[in-house]
Design a protein around this ligand. Structure first.
Ligand code: GCV
Length: 689
């Protein structure tokens, strides 16, 4: 794709070396006939040109009519416009397709073997094009294709926690924000390349700015959050900048959203209240959104953090979250826009885990139809492991979105490898028992145009986009899994590794094994792997908090005392329907990995033949051993991976090992201090222990 100063990630399009494979691809893809009906076809042609040139080792011929006298060709376009598509795809199939769906099919037309990509919308064909290129990049046969693909989830959105104007990224570990608001509406190639990366994995929405749209006015506020001024993006002078970004993303089927501040009518100086039941406020939002749509006719809508961590909200006016969200929903409704209203609230109860449910469960059915409640996967805050939020199963009359964190705030930030696809898969597969039949989280979210999945993004201006090179796998995996939560982890992993590091089996196997071991390792050394959480440093004097170990700081999260460890979360367990509640409430039946999340147990409580304290010690030790093995396996890849990328990851693995030991030693010291029971694991001190 020409000279860039940043990485191509999963769009490297490395040349096919195997002659037979290359020949079979050349036969069908050296000639490409595409429609021109819409800007998306510019994208399709560009991508096919870039991708096929790289993969096939020579430029494809791009046609605007079906080529004659060729061995075969690829056709991309709508059925009604192309005879070659009609030859293999029935009208009823197109009618039945989801708007982002597509068909890739081998077709014979006028005695020529062809491959067609078609869909009900141009966006569908963009996705289909990336799918075909992925098949080539992962060296799959393409001679007899019959693929009908549709996303399982309608809204597939990246949430940027980027603070405009300052260009910082809250919880970002990959440099500054890629969105240069000072220079916009001038565009950068990087915006287009970001759109390419996202469309290639099926993302269809981007929230451009941080949910913290204003510096929270609360005691002890972290300097890292100073100067949050994203609320300004709604001002008319900023809208041409939003429109410029929308013009890039639109061509890739990606809609633009903004995080907005509930108090914006006051912040802008327009009104002296933001009360959702005040007529002037209603009118202000309506006029404000009218102006946004004048600039961006397909604007997706807004994301709102209200009454949470210092952000204003309807509670400031004694109104409910539903009244607040519906105010914005009504103002967006004439434009088909949507409100993603976050359920991340806490502060009024000893155990924050119970609060989102207590705040929102009673509001089920009260939200406007274009309001979606966006719920973090777990009840606390993106910890290495949590049970799923009780809200998922509690809201049958409310549109739902699940919010995941792709950026690794609590899982090692820009240094530790922590492959999160297995974590997300576990979340999606958890049976909420919301209905009589099995109702995993993924089913509650799927197949509804009001539902969706959001991921807090992990890209920045870093040349490799994600800070840690292997963290690209999390962005890739997020998109693929959100498109289809039923995809196997192994499929996603193999796709990413092959497109990123090539298809040498030993490399694929080693990199995959490192990814698979990474989350369990983090769980071991950062939590003891029995359900403890939030033992990270959280004070204000280090900006990169939530990284170093400091279990002494917030005892209420892990419940350590002289008698035992863990938190009695009966209140939280009881928010689940049966039989989940019963399972979590029983020490015997509670899954081991969540034991201390739900129960406070004596240090020497014997569980599965071993005391709790000894299990914690052993897991902390095991986690470090795994990291050492990951480091050694990566070292063994020297020479198989280009030097720059190999060194980059090797350096971070060295750092991860040091930090993992720090975690292990801190947690062991902390546990033994309370329990007064020595560690029996025999792991000895020393330089490389
Ligand atoms: C964007 C946690 C994070 C904050 C984040 C907040 C949220 O508290 O540490 O950085 O703020 O969650 O999700 O709103």
């Amino acid at each position: 794709m020409g000279e860039t100063v940043y990485d191509d990630c999963w769009l490297r399009y490395e040349p096919i070396q195997n002659p037979a494979r290359r020949l079979s691809y050349r036969k069908l893809c050296s000639h490409v006939f595409t429609s021109t009906a819409g800007p998306e076809f510019g994208v399709i042609r560009d991508e096919l040109h870039t991708g096929l040139t790289g993969l096939l080792g020579r430029e494809p011929h791009l046609w605007m009519h079906p080529p004659r006298s060729v061995d075969g060709f690829l056709a991309v376009g709508r059925r009604e416009r192309m005879a070659v598509v009609r030859a293999g795809v029935a009208e009823t199939e197109i009618d039945a397709l989801h708007e982002d769906g597509y068909i890739i099919r081998s077709v014979e037309w006028e005695d020529t073997e062809c491959l067609v990509i078609t869909g009900a919308t141009n966006a569908g064909m963009v996705y289909g094009t990336f799918h075909l290129l992925r098949l080539l990049a992962t060296r799959q046969p393409i001679d007899e294709l019959d693929i009908v693909e549709e996303p399982k989830n309608d809204a597939r959105i990246i949430n940027h926690w980027d603070t405009p104007f300052r260009r910082s990224v809250e919880r970002g570990y990959a440099g500054s924000s890629i969105f240069d608001w000072a220079q916009l509406p001038h565009l950068r190639d990087r915006y287009r390349d970001y759109a390419r990366l996202l469309a290639a994995v099926g993302i269809n929405g981007v929230v451009l700015n941080n949910v913290n749209t204003q510096t929270p006015d609360r005691p002890g506020e972290n300097m890292a959050t100073a100067g949050m001024d994203g609320w300004q993006l709604l001002q008319s002078k900023q809208l041409p900048k939003v429109a410029a970004l929308a013009s890039v993303f639109r061509r890739y089927g990606i809609k633009i959203y903004l995080s907005v501040n509930f108090g914006a009518p006051v912040l802008t100086g327009a009104l002296n209240t933001a009360d959702p039941l005040d007529d002037d406020v209603v009118q202000w939002w309506s006029e404000t959104f009218d102006a946004v749509y004048d600039h961006v006719p397909d604007f997706g809508g807004v994301l709102v953090k209200a009454d949470s961590e210092g952000q204003p909200g309807p509670h400031d006016y004694n109104r409910t979250h539903a009244e607040g969200a519906n105010l914005l929903g009504r103002a967006l409704a004439p434009h088909d826009g949507r409100v993603f209203w976050r359920a991340f609230v806490y502060g009024s109860h000893d155990d924050r885990a119970v609060q989102a449910y207590n705040t929102f469960a009673g509001l089920d059915g009260a939200f406007h139809e274009n309001v979606t409640l966006q719920i973090k996967n777990g009840p606390v805050d993106f910890q290495p492991r949590e049970p799923v939020s009780t809200l998922f199963g509690a809201l049958s009359e409310t549109n739902l979105a699940c919010e995941l964190q792709i950026t690794q705030e609590y899982t090692g930030q820009g240094v530790h490898i922590c492959y999160l696809v297995p974590q997300w898969k576990e979340i999606f597969e958890t049976d909420t028992h919301a209905h009589e039949e099995r109702t995993p989280v993924s089913e509650l979210l799927a197949h509804s145009d009001g539902n969706g999945i959001a991921g807090v993004g992990n890209v920045g201006t870093d040349p490799n986009w994600t800070g840690h090179y292997l963290a690209q796998a999390n962005l890739y995996g997020f998109g693929r899994l959100v498109w289809d939560p039923d995809l196997e982890i192994e499929t996603i992993t193999a796709e990413w590794v092959t497109q990123t590091f090539g298809n040498e089996p030993a490399v694929v196997e080693t990199v995959s094994s490192i990814l698979y071991d990474s989350w369990p390792a983090v769980l071991d050394y950062m939590t003891g792997h029995l359900g403890l959480l939030h033992m990270m440093y959280n004070k204000n004097d280090v900006l990169e908090n939530h990284y170093n170990p400091d279990p002494w700081e917030w005892p209420e999260y892990h419940g350590a005392d002289d008698d035992g460890i863990g938190v009695d979360r009966t209140d939280y367990a009881e928010q689940f329907p049966e039989p989940l509640a019963e399972q979590y409430l029983s020490v015997e039946d509670c899954p081991t990995e969540l034991l201390l999340f739900f129960h406070h147990l004596p240090w020497e409580y014997e569980y599965e033949g071993i005391t709790v304290i000894q299990r914690l010690y052993e897991n902390c030790v095991a986690g470090v051993k795994t990291v050492r093995s990951m480091r050694d396996r990566w070292a063994g890849l020297e020479g198989d991976i280009d030097r720059a990328r190999h060194r980059h990851v090797a350096e971070r693995l060295d750092e991860q090992l040091v930090h993992a030991k720090q975690w292990r030693d801190t947690l062991i010291a902390f546990f033994s201090e309370y329990a007064d029971i020595p560690d029996q694991t025999q792991h000895s001190g020393g330089v490389d222990n």
